[in-house]
Write a protein that binds this ligand. Structure first.
Ligand code: NDP
Length: 331
């Protein structure tokens, strides 16, 4: 039974040396527990934050202890009346091939309604982040321009589609021309900006958003946020979802640097953790599921095969090797 532990805290971009594999006994479930076999592992940018030893909304990973993330697993043995052998569940679980759980934090997932991997993506925290962040903080109105960074990623690609469903113009920023093509052809974005080949982001945003930016869904922070604020409209809304461009920086810049813009244009900037909206999860998942059924919403996944490749898949997020949700298929 393989397990992956955090061997050392990354300095800058994580490397394979920060992780280690351990072999341990396959556990036996006690009364009230289930034995789980890992099927799909979600790797996410926010895990980088948990590798730092600092106070946050969630405790840091400990050195020499297993890493955790969202996992879809199969119940292979059950001593808990709420679950039977063959059920599929999702939850925050450890990077192990097999593990036991008392079931309290597990949600059952239905393979007949959607592929199991989708419960880590569009029907999981990814879809919830996009939906609840955009609609509750961004409050997009028909005819407005919604700009999204990290737009070809898991959250960003869903945000753009919801913006279109709400009758907005959707403009996406991503790191390759291939990604821009997919964003437009598959997800319906109106315009795309490749931030890696664009020398003047402020100008590029101005050209792609001739009516200015009403809502900015920020997944990356840093300079792209600055360039967006230079193009934001009066009463614009900025959803601070993530700041991946800063996650591997040894020194964090201070800010916000465009304070005069924020004041003069009466901007709302608001950060959030998806769990802040916990009471709206059920309604949000129902709506996302309905849009999927109606073909109003679609999604991409980058599926990496094999338990041993979990650390590499995580590291690859910072090089933009994924389109849509990055998921590791274990068995
Ligand atoms: P993604 O699927 O978007 O994967 C990360 C993407 O970020 C990569 O594909 C890459 O695409 C882009 N990227 C990597 N490095 C940089 C950089 N230096 N500058 C700009 N872009 C970069 O991940 P998720 O959709 O899972 O997460 C998106 C964001 O949302 C993250 O910031 C994450 O932390 C945040 N998040 C926040 C939550 C919350 O509750 N607030 C919940 C879930 C996620 P490219 O090729 O375009 O560079």
């Amino acid at each position: 039974n393989k397990t992956i532990i955090l061997k050392s805290r990354p300095k800058g971009i994580p490397t394979l040396d920060n992780f280690d594999f351990k072999e341990e006994e396959k556990p036996d479930p006690n009364e009230g527990e289930v034995l789980l076999k890992t099927k799909y592992v979600s790797v996410d940018p926010y895990l980088r934050g948990r590798m730092r030893d600092e106070e946050s909304y969630i405790e840091p990973f400990e050195i020499d202890k297993p890493i955790q993330s969202g996992i879809v697993a199969e119940v292979v043995e059950s001593k808990n009346d709420s679950f039977k052998k063959g059920d599929y569940v999702s939850g925050m679980l450890e990077w192990k091939e097999f593990q036991t759980s008392n079931g309290k934090q597990l949600q059952k997932v239905d393979e007949t309604k959607a592929p199991l991997s989708a419960y880590q993506g569009v029907l999981g925290l990814t879809g919830l982040t996009a939906y609840l962040g955009l609609l509750n903080i961004g409050e997009p109105k028909e005819g407005e321009t919604v700009l999204v960074s990290g737009a070809s990623g898991a959250v960003g690609s869903i945000v753009g589609q919801i913006a279109k469903i709400k009758g907005c113009k959707a403009v996406g920023i991503a790191g390759s021309d291939e990604k821009l093509t997919t964003m437009k052809e598959k997800f319906g974005f109106d315009e795309g900006i490749n931030y890696k080949t664009t020398s003047d982001m402020k100008q590029a945003i101005k050209e792609a958003c001739p009516n200015g930016v009403d809502v900015y869904f920020d997944n990356v922070g840093g300079e792209i946020l600055d360039a967006t604020l230079a193009n934001i409209n009066r009463h614009g809304r900025v959803i601070n979802c993530g700041a991946i461009s800063l996650y591997n920086k040894k020194e964090q810049p201070t800010g916000p640097r465009l304070e005069t813009t924020i004041v003069k244009k009466s901007i709302k900037m608001q950060g959030f953790i998806v769990r802040d909206f916990g009471e709206k999860f059920e309604e949000a998942i129902a709506q996302l599921g309905k849009w999927l059924e109606e073909d109003k919403l679609t999604y991409s996944e980058t599926i990496v095969e094999g338990f041993d490749n979990i650390p590499k898949a995580f590291i690859d997020l910072f090089e933009g090797k994924n389109e849509g949700k990055m998921i590791v298929k274990v068995s």
